[in-house]
Design a protein around this ligand. Structure first.
Ligand code: ATP
Length: 365
């Protein structure tokens, strides 16, 4: 039996509420499998922790997270707790830089029966074929020098940085992800490079590295698209994509568009992955407006935990972990298809406790 150490950031707002049932589910999946187990270590960080300690991401928490096999993070930040300069605390972004998590993986999937803003234009059967992954570079691009912009009386300048080393790793990661998806979904894989290579030399450089690295993955089809066209195509032909890879700022914007296509932030999971560490967290924030009311949708957090299971399965060659991830996805698919127990963000009236009970029923846990 393999034992995994999991660092847990319970975070702010709805964070602790959605983390608790996720940890219970992971523990029960481990017990049911008998092949692996988890030790969870809860670490302080976030806006509420800053309010009492003056530190949103303590060094001790980062080093404990570094030592863990994987990191689960719910949501951090509260609009009323800010730094002296008035900006919000962003420990969930800072951790990507601290741990070198260059590949931000944002799956966009529409589950059968799930309400989405596209429903008026598409019939449900076609919509349930929407299943692609956006890989957002997360340590450089327009965020590389994010606190160093120059502002004078007459102009403001920010710097966008693309490096060969990170781009090569980012593209290799994306091609391998396409290979894994091709094997799992039983169809050929494709990676689309999303850039603005027609206008900016930095993006022509980005695309040239993409084309170079593509040669090492002849089984994966490739193409490229300009980011503005991609924003349109994600709405007009959302079934057309498999894996798309892009720069940090473009990925920031397109991942919110992807979450909107899915109908609710409450169903959008994510992973931030580097060479040695990975953080798994929902796309949504701490939702202070519903915190403490027991109304939050925990599914994005639970789907992020399923991504953690897949990542650990691949890293440690442990298929039982991937089987547990499929069990989570099948359970969530059945819950959404049934459609009778849904939280408010999905158009229902269920509480967090109701949806967890219903999900566990569908998973026979
Ligand atoms: P951030 O900037 O930290 O990403 P945000 O200000 O964009 O945060 P969220 O905290 O994600 O916003 O919340 C946006 C809206 O979505 C809020 O009305 C919130 O209640 C709702 N929301 C977010 N997550 C969930 C969830 N898991 N379940 C239900 N509603 C949610």
């Amino acid at each position: 039996m393999t034992d995994f150490q999991i660092a847990v950031f319970d975070g702010d707002g709805i964070g602790p509420e959605i983390m608790a049932p996720t940890i219970d589910l992971l523990s029960d999946l481990a017990a049911a499998s008998g092949e692996f187990s988890f030790q969870f270590k809860h670490l302080p960080a976030g806006a509420a922790h800053y309010a009492v300690s003056g530190d949103a991401l303590p060094a001790a928490s980062i080093s404990a997270a570094r030592a863990a096999d994987a990191i689960l993070l719910s949501a951090m930040g509260l609009p009323d707790i800010r730094k002296p300069d008035g900006t919000e605390l962003t420990p969930q972004i800072d951790i990507r830089f601290e741990l070198g998590l260059y590949a931000g993986v944002r799956p966009v999937k529409i589950w059968p029966g799930q309400p989405t803003p596209l429903s008026a234009a598409w019939n449900d059967q076609k919509l349930s074929e929407v299943d692609f992954v956006l890989v957002r570079e997360s340590t450089e691009g327009l965020f590389a020098h994010m606190h160093e912009g120059v502002v004078t009386e007459t102009h403001a300048t920010e710097t966008l940085r693309i490096t060969r080393a990170t781009s090569e790793k980012l593209f290799d990661f994306s091609f391998k992800l396409a290979q894994q998806r091709a094997a799992r979904l039983g169809r050929p894989g494709r990676v689309t490079c999303v850039d603005k290579a027609n206008v900016f030399r930095s993006f022509a450089f980005f695309r040239s590295i993409f084309e170079e690295r593509a040669k090492a993955f002849p089984d994966i089809a490739t193409d490229a698209a300009y980011v503005d066209a991609m924003a349109m195509w994600m709405v007009q032909k959302p079934r057309a994509w498999d894996v798309m890879v892009t720069e940090n700022m473009f990925g920031d914007i397109l991942s919110d568009l992807g979450a909107a296509l899915m109908g609710s932030l409450g169903l959008a999971p994510s992973a931030d992955i580097g060479d040695n560490h990975a953080v798994f967290q929902p796309c949504h924030g701490s939702a202070p407006d519903i915190a403490g009311k027991g109304l939050a949708n925990p599914l994005a957090m639970i789907l992020s935990a399923a991504m953690m299971l897949d990542w650990l399965a691949d890293k440690h060659a442990e298929p039982a972990l991937a089987q547990a991830a499929r069990k989570v996805e099948t359970g969530i698919g059945a819950l959404l298809k049934d459609g009778t127990v849904l939280t408010g963000d999905l158009g229902g009236t269920a509480t967090l406790a109701d949806i967890v009970t219903a999900l566990r029923g569908h998973m026979a846990l």
